[in-house]
Ligand binder design. Sequence first.
Ligand code: FAD
Length: 310
Amino acid sequence: MRDLIIIGSGPAGLSAAVYAKRAGLDVLVIEKDPVSGGQILITYEVDNYLGLPGINGFDMGMKFREHADKLGAEFAEGTVTAIETVDPGSDSKAPTFKVITDNGEYETKTIILATGASHNKLGIKGEEEFTGKGVSYCATCDGAFFRNKVAVVNGGGDVAVEDAIFLARGCSKVYLVHRRNELRAAKILQDELLSLPNVELVWDSIVEEVKGDAKVSSITVKNVKTDEKKEIETDALFVAIGIHPLTEAFTGLAEMDETGYIIAGEDGATSTPGIFVAGDSRKKRLRQIVTAVADGANAVTAVQDFLVGK
Ligand code: FAD
């Protein structure tokens, strides 16, 4: 019986592992992928993490994992498919948990869910090939690489419009491609967007293909009303059509919002005592490495309080 099982070894899970080892907890980290690091592994360059400007995402993931290894954190490979609550019996205070993976089962007193989130993809030709070479899912993260260049944002909600406004501050030109003829974003955001001289809206259109050589050089868009196709020369395509948390396996275990984000405050405590959440799968405003790392540390502090019955 472990004190703590952490599910996921992205920035949140690895930060939690470091704090748990330093707190002397008997902790196991379960990760489905062969390499730790989570989403940052596919990030070419991270330029907004304090003290490590311009670090390659893969190198950062390795550094985070090395830190946890150095403190003796134990790792197991496997995809967690379910968590069962184990009846505490008459003399025990709190229920314990059985974590079921495709590679074995583990028992624990507490759990930190740190399974992160994944950006929705367009599923079009060239998207995967040019990810990290002009195709991005995060304007806050990658926008600065396209200063004085042309960028296209695809989407019509708050995030897409915020991304276009953010990019317009540094890019020479920003196109916003949206499949409808009106935006879903808040009116105040729309007004700001429409006031920007270097933003052009491409209505009723979808992105069909990303083209380039070593990097993105253009995209093909299709007007869904007329079927007319055109090329837009661009250095970047920011896909902002939503993200989804990887929390399906935990449905019914802890309270979630309608899109599957687990509801918890800064301490990560979910609606189920003993189950905590950290990182991108928590319902929160800003999903970044720095907030994931902070979540991991906060969740371990809450786990410690829980274990001593505070
Ligand atoms: P993740 O990084 O998603 O890690 C979750 C881990 O859980 C993964 O390793 C996954 O394999 C594992 N997992 C999931 N489900 C299971 C399961 N059922 N069983 C076992 N393991 C499981 N942020 C910045 O601050 N700066 C940037 O420059 C930046 N650039 C980005 C660029 C891109 C392309 C992307 C996609 C994101 C970027 N981000 C950036 C966001 C940042 O990567 C995330 O906020 C951060 O990785 C979240 O950490 P996390 O640990 O919560 O989740």
